[in-house]
Design a protein around this ligand. Structure first.
Ligand SMILES: *Cc1c(COP(=O)(O)O)cnc(C)c1O
Length: 398
């Protein structure tokens, strides 16, 4: 086997052998530690992306890596025909801290949302014995995943192309407009799905008043409220789940991204109403509750104490206060360490590219720069990253 691959060698491999479904930056990552990522040429980057909200504990956290490697040498996988301890413990931790009752494990955010929608439909069908009570309302500008059903749930026309026919029964209401939701609700409505902070849609937080009004409407009509916490969950907003900032309890919660600390895992959290909606044989996933992924999840959950989460909120505030005074910044959005930056005089894409050049990884969402720093980042690294961003904003012209 050839040794010493260069960046260009690897780009060639991708060009020839990997499906061309992503636009990538010219960076080949080879290692990471804490908030620092090292590329194939030895250049270091401060990470303000967490691998799109995944590396909650940063790169290769020591305790996480220890838990994962220990589990990988003890029991890697069994299938869901048998019981294993990590799945049981992770489900318990999630339920105890979310107010939900049971957990179904899968592998990704889209799969978690699929499971959430199936749970809502199963609840509705079994209770009302009505195969028409299947309408799901989601919000304009939402993002719920890339499967045919979760694309249908995604409230953006741009995603409703090419892959016809999409799953029927989805309608889109305006965020922060309860009348728009009420106008769509009828006797055939089964569920409402929404993100507390629209991530891919531009880091836009919902109003508390709106969220609470949706919760009340769902209670009144026995509609299942699904909260998509794939990006907002696992401490990102300064609470374990973002809905905990809104003083509501959903009927179903989907989780993924940060949950495994860098391993693929998704979870559907089922509340009292929905905990028995799916019976044996009605849902499943081969890798679900994989012991290694669950061991990673447990290491993440153990770190996210109330004190840790309060620190996440404080660091989010600190970052916002520093961003406020920066050149070209016209508005900030989001919640906790999920931050959208509206800028003028430069595109978000150009800023991200320039930051990469200068050793800082940032994301974009629509026309905003999006920051999702690892939750463990300290103030020194926050300052270092923000200094790079400030210089980029100063220099970057259209
Ligand atoms: C990323 C994301 C998804 C999709 O998750 P995958 O793991 O890529 O399937 C769904 N919903 C939200 C809110 C997300 O941010």
């Amino acid at each position: 086997m050839k040794m010493n691959y260069t960046h260009n060698d690897i780009v060639e491999l991708y060009d020839q052998y990997v499906a061309h479904t992503y636009g990538r930056f010219a960076l080949t990552a080879v290692s990471g530690s804490g908030v620092t990522c090292t590329d194939i040429n030895g250049k270091e980057y401060i990470d303000f992306t967490s691998g799109i909200g995944v590396n909650a504990l940063g790169f290769c956290d020591e305790k996480w890596a220890e838990a994962v490697s220990k589990q990988s040498k003890t029991l890697n996988h069994t299938s869901n025909l048998y019981y294993t301890l990590p799945g049981g413990l992770l489900a318990k931790a999630l339920c105890e801290r979310s107010g939900m009752s049971r957990v179904f494990f899968g592998n990704s955010g889209a799969e978690a949302n699929e499971g959430a929608i199936k749970a809502a439909k199963a609840y509705s069908f079994k209770k009302y014995n009505n195969e028409k009570r299947t309408k799901v309302i989601s919000l304009v500008n939402s993002f719920h995943g890339r499967t045919i059903t979760t694309l249908a749930a995604t409230g953006q026309e741009h995603y409703h192309q090419i892959f016809f026919p999409f799953t029927a029964g989805f309608e889109y209401a305006e965020a922060n407009n309860i009348d728009s939701v009420k106008a769509l609700v009828d006797d055939d409505t089964c569920a409402i799905i929404m993100e507390m902070v629209q991530g891919e849609g531009g880091v836009i937080a919902l109003d508390k008043e709106f969220v609470q009004a949706v919760r009340a409407l769902c209670d009144e009509k026995d509609i299942i409220l699904i909260v998509d916490e794939v990006q907002t969950g696992i401490g990102r907003t300064g609470k374990l789940f973002a809905y905990q900032n809104y003083d509501i309890l959903p009927d179903v919660v989907s989780s993924a991204k940060g949950l495994g600390g860098g391993l693929p895992i998704g979870a559907v959290l089922l509340g009292e109403k929905t905990k028995d909606a799916l019976a044996a044989g009605e849902h499943g996933s081969t890798f679900g509750a994989n012991p290694i992924c669950c061991a990673g999840g447990l290491a993440v959950m153990e770190r996210l104490t109330d004190e840790f989460l309060a620190e996440v909120a404080a660091k989010g505030e600190y970052i916002r206060s520093k961003l406020q005074g920066m050149p070209k910044v016209t508005a900030l959005s989001g919640l906790g360490m999920m931050i959208g930056i509206q800028i003028e005089g430069a595109t978000a894409k150009a800023v991200a590219a320039k930051c990469l050049e200068k050793g800082l990884l940032v994301l974009t969402a629509k026309d905003r720069v999006r920051l999702l720093p690892p939750l463990v980042i300290d103030y020194t690294d926050i300052d270092k990253g923000l200094e790079i961003l400030q210089n980029v904003l100063k220099e970057c012209d259209e």
